[in-house]
Design a protein around this ligand. Structure first.
Ligand code: FES
Length: 102
């Protein structure tokens, strides 16, 4: 059974940046794009496990800081020609607070 969990005020996630949320021993990267779009995925690149939260957000993707793989924020899939996928989580923002469905 999954629940909506309150994780962080939106104001604490820098635009084009991320915050890491730890849940059940797992690190989840919560990204914000240049608007107020918020996305969440495991903080582990599908290539060799790089910390995606330290990557650069651009448009609708994040670039892994390790070897430059681009991962789509919306669905966690690598942008072609790369392949791979990282698990994502539903996100909602209510009254300026970010919730994840975990
Ligand atoms: S670990 Fe992310 S591109 Fe290699």
């Amino acid at each position: 059974m999954s629940n909506w969990i309150k994780v962080v005020p939106l104001s604490e996630i820098p635009k084009l940046g991320a915050r890491v949320v730890r849940h059940n021993g797992r690190d989840i990267a919560v990204f914000r794009n240049d608007g107020d779009g918020v996305f969440a995925m495991n903080d582990k690149c599908p290539h060799k496990g790089g910390p995606l939260s330290q990557g650069i957000v651009s448009g609708d993707s994040v670039t892994c800081p390790m070897h430059g793989m681009n991962i789509r924020l919306a669905d966690g899939r690598a942008v072609a020609p790369d392949e791979g996928c990282v698990g994502t989580y539903p996100v909602k923002v209510e009254a300026g607070v970010v919730y994840l469905q975990l």
